[in-house]
Ligand binder design. Structure first.
Ligand SMILES: NC(=O)c1ccc[n+]([C@@H]2O[C@H](COP(=O)([O-])OP(=O)(O)OC[C@H]3O[C@@H](n4cnc5c(N)ncnc54)[C@H](OP(=O)(O)O)[C@@H]3O)[C@@H](O)[C@H]2O)c1
Length: 358
């Protein structure tokens, strides 16, 4: 089965599939999937051998967690599944949740201990379980001290309410600091990062991926198809249709840039050579990137999920990888310039010395 090429997540004993099922689409909403379709997507993922399911407290205002919990109960698969959910966005007034009347409670969001405990209790209830396998900080709030985040999440591991924790959407320095504090104090630290990463979003390569490698954190790319853009179903002349990025949408039209259209053309060529869909090809590229442990796939239809699972079969030639890498290469940053070719040789008397983890 394509999804049983199991691996451990970061420097941990958590065993996961190469593709994780993202359930942001589960539940009501213009880009969502109703209960019947969500169940079929869940079943198709499980039929492929997948064991890693990702949700969040705010997805569809909590309905995604409720559906995931229900499907796990119905299939009696709790022991087999690595269940991941997230805290951080405000439960009372998030732009991603339906308005619920009274909003604006500052204790219903962020990474402070008070909100983490509140959010976890609510997620456990909606999921109908008494522990989370991987608890994500969805987004850094910019104010809570790293020490408090590590202590709160580490204590929850010790208490058995969560098995592991990870960080999503945070600066790289924060993850490194958390990992260092945890290592020095000999307490549980973050084992994974969840980051936007695709052929059209590679800026995490300059700081985040080196931190993940140094700190032993597995990387989970989100939006590996850039919200559907890399499936090739949009074109310059017509960005309409019925997909998530069609017309006015909460994700904006930031993907429709000249540079991204150019990347899409190279992807189209490589996909044609492989006789594969562009979506599968784009997913296979992310999955093959160094440091990527498991890639989050999203789908609004079962057929999309089934096609995306087939990405696990793709093997690129050297030339195909090179063309995709070159077409999508991010602009150099100050950090990436420090690892440019030739600099090391200059520092080591003409020798390209290899590092221990390269
Ligand atoms: N940590 C974070 O901040 C964060 C942020 C975003 C997502 N995530 C996680 O990552 C998961 C995946 O993210 P994502 O949904 O943005 O991933 P994505 O793969 O970039 O986009 C998925 C969307 O693309 C379209 N699509 C998927 N497969 C397709 C195919 N084969 N052909 C044509 N269209 C296809 C579908 O939308 P349409 O059919 O509507 O076009 C689908 O809902 C989420 O479910 C969530 O778990 C995390």
């Amino acid at each position: 089965m394509p999804l049983t090429d199991f691996r451990t997540l970061g420097r941990s004993g958590l065993v996961v599939s190469p593709l994780a099922l993202g359930t942001m689409t589960f539940g009501p909403g213009p880009f969502g999937a109703d209960e019947r379709t969500s169940r079929a997507i869940f079943d198709a993922y499980r039929d492929g051998g997948g064991n890693f399911v990702d949700t969040a407290d705010i997805y569809s205002g909590g309905v995604s967690e409720e559906l995931v919990g229900k499907f796990i109960r119905e299939t009696r698969s709790r022991d087999e599944i690595v269940l991941a959910t997230k805290f951080g966005f405000n439960a009372s007034s998030s732009p991603l949740t339906a308005p619920r009347g009274r909003g604006g409670n500052p204790h219903a969001g962020g990474a402070g201990a008070k909100n983490i405990h509140r959010a976890l209790e609510q997620s456990l209830k909606r999921l109908g379980t008494d522990y989370i396998d991987l608890y994500w900080m969805h987004v850094w709030d910019g104010v809570t001290p790293v020490e408090e985040i590590v202590q709160t999440l580490g204590n929850l591991v010790t208490a058995g309410k969560i098995r592991y924790f990870g960080f999503s959407d945070m600066p790289a320095w924060l993850a490194m600091k958390a990992a260092t504090i945890a290592a020095e104090r000999r307490v549980p630290g973050p084992i994974a990062m969840q980051l936007e990463y695709s052929l059209v979003a590679r800026d995490v390569e300059s700081e985040h991926l080196p931190v993940a490698r140094e700190a032993g954190m597995g990387v989970l790319p989100w939006s590996p198809l850039a919200g559907g853009f890399l499936s090739g179903k949009y074109n310059r002349a017509d960005t309409g249709g019925s997909g998530r990025l069609s017309g006015p949408n909460p994700f904006g039209n930031s993907k429709f840039t000249d540079q991204n259209w150019a990347i899409l053309e190279v992807l189209r060529e490589v996909a044609a050579e492989l006789d594969r869909s562009m979506a599968e090809t784009a997913l296979a590229w992310v999955m093959a990137r160094p440091g990527v442990a498991s890639t989050l796939i999203g789908a609004s239809k079962v057929a999309q999920l089934q096609s995306n699972i087939a990405a696990t079969e793709i093997r690129f030639s050297q030339s195909q990888t090179q063309r995709l890498n070159e077409a999508s290469a991010p602009l150099p940053t100050f950090s990436s310039s420090l690892t440019m070719r030739g600099l090391r040789s200059m520092l080591f008397g003409g020798h390209e010395v290899a590092g221990w983890n390269e």
